[in-house]
Ligand binder design. Structure first.
Ligand SMILES: Nc1ncnc2c1ncn2[C@@H]1O[C@H](COP(=O)(O)OP(=O)(O)OP(=O)(O)O)[C@@H](O)[C@H]1O
Ligand SMILES: [Mg+2]
Length: 586
């Protein structure tokens, strides 16, 4: 830089932190970015919003050196740059935190942070120096990270901070965060935003992608809207509303997830009876979980990620054996069955990790239509795979679920994240189902497509579909569910009435703030709770808002395990069940 900074504060020159001019990037059949213009001022949070497939991730990958633009110019701190790899971008002070966590679980924070970073002189890692530096960075930006913690003991919010620290450790002054809040619950989002403000105060620049427009309005200094690959506006939060932003993005109104009337019927579709699941090393993952879902009922599970919801889903899907308890579908015992017969029995499954569990990324879209449904029509005819049938039905899904793609012969990896999600939802909703297990069905999906998915879910529910809904989006959870249960450290600890509960109350119950014992150490030395990540326990000490019974409508089934035997001895009776007035919805 030409002008050396005066004084101790590293004041940058007035040059924009990032300038992208005339960026164009073509893929076969798609123009992902077309003549993009963005100017990002230093020391600001600059949000980028747009529909699924608008070109946001592609643009960020270009800025991070993962992809090369076909046309256009990039400057960083006023200097023209041309990156041919992320290493180039890193040395220019750019860091990227990807949506999916990339940390190794069985290593410490320290090891994760130094992993892949430049070792000290002569190739020897100086762990003591690294530890010091992590502490310094953590303190400087209020990240509250301890280098010796094992990553597997951390909750998602902590992991995200470790990812950010890792990028800062490599010297980044410009941070790209691609949908960092998709996996966070409201309290964690607040913490993350606190961290971002801290970074900003230190003169760092943040590029932030999100589909949650109210969050964008809360944290961004400027917002650039991308529509169909090109920049259509850059606005300040004070000058727009979420509705206006949505209009700029898609030209339509903001949807609401509200479910109008109850469609809950008497017939029990799913019964989970006292299911306990342990890890191979003996740790309890879920403890004595019981629940029922009726035909036409959506049961929402609220919880901070990592509190057993994934294991509950796996136990229901037959992906993980239960040590005890039973899983019944319309009275039929599925316990001990593999996943395939469970699916054939009428269970649809939207997995939480779409790229690992939901898709074969290298296979075409129509081949992915067959995945998991290889024994059902329209994918089979007699004993043969019916390619034409699968192709036709894939075309229908692409149409009905608005999957943006040049055609169905492209690989799933060529779809944007949100469009991959739409394809999976469309596929899973296409069989004759009695139960849908939906983990974060609209994760990474834009506001318009989210409304469409909600409509599909509501329609299926009205037809009698039972849904187990897991979502970190509490508005979605409250809006779609007929009843809600809170999961904490592997146990169902409370019921909430979606008609009256607020996201804030739910958030407190999820972190154990409604647990009047407070504190991370379970007094009853119940292995189920003792095993749980400290983050959940940390949360428990945050807000001891008095006895659990006092947090408004979040009435506990039982306190979070103070009594021996814990919370779920009695199968809880979901509110949305037969006690609910027919037609008396929200
Ligand atoms: N490797 C690729 N090969 C072919 N097409 C691609 C590739 N990567 C992205 N695309 C296409 O480029 C367009 C933009 O995708 P991109 O991932 O940038 O969207 P996005 O704005 O990040 O969407 P989302 O909100 O769903 O994550 C999409 O049409 C996508 O299908
Ligand atoms: Mg994306």
């Amino acid at each position: 830089m030409s002008t050396p900074a005066a004084g101790s504060v590293p004041v940058a020159t007035d040059a924009p932190a990032v300038e992208l001019h005339g960026i164009t990037k073509r893929f076969p059949g798609v123009v992902a970015n077309r003549d993009i213009d963005i100017v990002v001022q230093p020391g600001t949070v600059h949000a980028i919003v747009g529909e699924n497939g608008a070109g946001k991730s592609t643009l960020m990958k270009i800025l991070y050196g993962m992809q090369r633009p076909d046309e256009g110019r990039i400057s960083v701190n006023g200097e023209p740059v041309s990156f041919s790899s992320p290493a180039d971008a890193i040395s220019a002070g750019i860091g990227m935190v990807h949506q999916h966590f990339m940390l190794a679980d069985n290593f410490t924070v320290l090891e994760n942070v130094v992993l892949g970073a430049e070792p000290g002189r002569l190739g020897v890692l100086d762990f003591a120096a690294a530890r010091r530096r992590i502490r310094e960075i953590s303190a400087a930006y209020g990240l509250d990270i301890r280098p010796e913690r094992m990553v597997e003991d951390l909750g998602v919010g902590d992991r995200q901070r470790v990812e950010i620290l890792k990028v800062l450790y490599r010297g980044a002054r410009i941070l790209i965060l691609d949908e960092p809040t998709a996996v966070l619950v409201p309290q964690e989002v607040d913490e993350l935003f606190g961290n971002l403000r801290e970074l900003k105060a230190e003169g760092l620049t943040v590029l932030f992608i999100s589909h949650k427009l109210d969050e964008v309005l809360a944290v961004a200094d400027e917002i650039t809207v991308i529509r169909r690959g090109t920049t259509v506006a850059t606005v300040r939060p004070a000058d727009v509303t979420a509705r206006r932003l949505a209009e700029l993005m898609v030209g339509s109104d903001l949807p609401s997830p509200e479910t109008r009337e109850s469609t809950v019927r008497d017939e029990v579709v799913l019964a989970v009876e006292g299911v306990t699941v342990r890890a191979e090393d003996g740790r309890t993952l879920i403890a004595d979980v019981s629940l029922t879902i009726h035909s036409g009922e959506v049961l929402g599970i609220a919880g901070v990620e990592g509190n057993g919801q994934a294991e509950l889903v796996e136990a229901i899907m037959g992906l993980r054996p239960a040590e005890s308890g039973r899983v019944l579908l319309s009275g039929r015992d599925l316990t001990g069955m593999h996943t395939r017969p469970r699916r054939t029995a009428g269970i649809g499954f939207i997995p939480e990790d779409r790229t690992r569990q939901g898709l074969l990324l290298e296979a075409t879209l129509w081949e992915n239509r067959i995945l998991g449904h290889q024994t059902e029509p329209p994918n089979v005819s007699g004993i043969w795979i019916d390619r034409a049938g699968a192709r036709r039905d894939c075309e229908r899904i692409v149409e009905e679920y608005d999957v943006r793609t040049p055609n169905i012969e492209v690989a799933a990896s060529a779809l944007s994240g949100g469009n991959q999600q739409k394809l999976i939802v469309g596929r899973e909703m296409s069989s004759r189902l009695s139960l849908l297990v939906a983990a974060h069905p609209t994760r990474g999906v834009d506001v318009g497509a989210q409304a469409a998915i909600w409509d599909h879910l509501r329609a299926a529910r009205a037809e009698g579909l039972a849904v187990l809904l897991i979502s970190a989006d509490l508005d979605e959870l409250i809006g779609l569910s007929d009843s809600i249960k809170v999961i904490l450290r592997g146990r169902l600890v409370a019921d909430a009435d979606p008609k009256t509960v607020t996201p804030e109350e739910l958030g407190s119950a999820m972190t154990g703030a409604g647990d009047h014992r407070g504190g991370p150490e379970p007094s009853d030395v119940d292995e189920a709770t003792a095993d749980w990540p400290a983050s959940a326990a940390d949360g428990a000490s945050v807000g001891s808002v008095g006895p659990a019974g006092s947090v408004g409508p979040v009435g506990p089934v039982g306190p979070a395990g103070p009594a021996a035997g814990g919370a779920v001895d009695e199968p809880a009776d979901p509110l949305g069940g037969r006690h609910r007035e027919p037609g008396g919805g929200t």
